[in-house]
Design a protein around this ligand. Structure first.
Ligand SMILES: *Cc1c(COP(=O)(O)O)cnc(C)c1O
Length: 381
């Protein structure tokens, strides 16, 4: 079976792990953590970063740092991994779920603008969601699949409504928009994941980056039990969300090869686009012309009935190709069935048509050809 996405640990990971063990720096203080934070911030195009235990923890801490509170709403696209919504829910807040753009699959600025114009009003300096009376506290665009959300249009809307922006860039390290790196597109905070299936992995891990040193300091404070100084004084309810030196050791070795790893993802996606674009009812993953996606995942949109979709996946598995469905929208998930949601025609028509294909950085040309041949065989009719 050609797997969907497995890590590519072809650098100095083992060497750096050995250094951790010999130095006894295996826990959350250590030179690899500092180095990793600098590498990630630099790659994201900003000056400051803090490494954390997971991407989800990073999202939680980022929203907390921007003072999202119980009963607040946070604008969130319907098409994302459940972790984005969970981070909002951990704070007692609720996602306000909105539709995505049909090309990029990221939060649609037009939809956000309309929803805010029609369903919000000011109460002093509080922006209120008119139907529920709740405060609207933040906006969380998601750089889906490593394709940047349209921040050039989203940021002015956020500014007009005084909403801080946390970008879920979990899989988007290495992506660019209008020639700018992914952390420098106007979000107050951008969050990455280094989970095992991401392009760059620490086994598990995350990072929060920003141009704003004070804000990153606040995230760091919250993720280190809100401890003040060397004694046991804590000034608020913090979290133990630190990354360990062991995780960072793997991460540092991976970051040294970021260009190579993201380059491999882009080549894989381009090859699928070239080899499968002519099949009827099949559209390879697309991105807007101004975006340079990091192409965490590759695949095709297959315009066939949902039952046949299942059948296609089963047939591909029989040919040794691990093809999988993609995220089910947030408003269809049990914990978020009662969350406010704007009309979502794009995501409702799209999500079940998405078929992700093997795209490990180490996928050989030969194996990719096997996937292409298999997909052509199964989808030609
Ligand atoms: C992977 C991912 C996350 C979660 O990151 P973890 O490190 O697994 O907690 C969150 N959001 C998106 C969009 C992701 O792809």
């Amino acid at each position: 079976m050609i797997p969907l996405a497995i890590p590519h640990l072809g650098g100095r990971e083992a060497d750096y792990l050995q250094q951790c063990i010999e130095s006894t720096f295996v826990s959350s203080v250590g030179p690899f953590v500092d180095r990793f934070e600098q590498q990630v911030a630099q790659a994201a195009g900003v000056a400051h970063g803090v490494a954390v235990a997971t991407g989800t923890a990073g999202l939680h801490a980022a929203l907390a740092a921007l003072h999202v509170q119980r009963d607040d709403l946070v604008i969130l696209p319907a098409l994302t991994f459940i972790a984005s919504a969970n981070a909002i829910a951990y704070l007692g807040a609720t996602p306000w779920i909105m539709d995505v753009d049909p090309l990029s699959w990221t939060l649609d600025p037009h939809v956000v603008e309309q929803a805010l114009a029609q369903h919000s009003h000011w109460q002093g300096d509080r922006l209120i969601h008119t139907p529920s009376g709740r405060r609207i506290a933040a906006m969380m665009p998601v750089h889906v699949l490593g394709t940047p959300a349209d921040m050039q249009r989203l940021i002015p809307i956020a500014q007009r409504y005084k909403l801080p922006v946390v970008a879920d860039g979990a899989a988007a390290l290495g992506a660019m928009a209008h020639g700018q790196a992914i952390g420098a597109l106007g979000a107050e905070l951008t969050v990455f994941s280094f989970n095992g299936n991401k392009t760059v992995t620490c086994g598990g891990g995350g990072a929060v980056v920003s141009h704003d040193a004070a804000l990153i300091q606040r995230v760091r404070h919250l993720t280190t039990t809100a401890r003040q100084g060397p004694g046991y004084d804590h000034d608020e309810v913090g979290f133990n969300y630190r990354m360990t030196n062991l995780q960072a050791a793997v991460g540092c070795a991976q970051m040294e090869r970021l260009t190579e790893l993201v380059g491999a993802k882009r080549r894989i996606r381009d090859r699928y686009a070239d080899a499968l674009g002519d099949l009827p009812g099949v559209t390879p993953f697309q991105a807007p012309s101004w975006a340079k996606s990091a192409w965490w995942f590759s695949g095709v949109v297959v315009d066939r009935p949902p039952q046949r979709q299942e059948h296609l996946r089963a047939q591909l598995r029989q040919l040794g190709v691990d093809a999988r469905p993609f995220w089910k929208p947030i408003h269809q998930q049990a914990p978020y069935r009662n969350a406010p949601v704007s009309a979502t025609p794009v995501v409702d028509g799209l999500w079940w048509q998405i078929l992700t294909l093997p795209c490990s950085c180490g996928l050989t040309e030969q194996d990719q050809q096997r996937v292409i041949d298999g997909v052509r065989q199964v989808l030609k009719g």
